[in-house]
Design a protein around this ligand. Structure first.
Ligand SMILES: [Zn+2]
Length: 95
């Protein structure tokens, strides 16, 4: 059973229009990781390639992945957002 794609769409996520990601986003959730709350944004498809901090491999453009940032940054929410990272779904652990 394939688990890497999710076709379900939650209408209420339409309210969220974060930054430059409004075009290609899926759902947004908050998750606990390393004792911190993280905001995790699903990206259906990107038009840029990113480097995944989990495996240090490239996430090719057009690949569904997640963007995550800590809610409680020492430097504040804006800094945390600016420091967000792109992860493979499987590296973040949601695949
Ligand atoms: Zn990875």
């Amino acid at each position: 059973m394939p688990s890497s794609r999710r076709s379900s769409r939650r209408p209420y996520t339409e309210e969220y229009r974060p930054l430059d990601m409004d075009r290609a986003t899926g759902g947004r959730t908050t998750q606990q990781r390393n004792g911190e709350d993280w905001t995790v944004q699903s990206i259906r498809s990107s038009d840029k390639a990113y480097r995944c901090p989990g495996c240090h491999q490239e996430i090719p453009a057009g690949t569904a992945h997640v963007v995550a940032w800590a809610n409680d940054s020492l430097f504040g929410a804006q800094a945390a957002l600016a420091d967000r990272r792109h992860w493979h779904n499987r590296c973040w652990g949601i695949a």
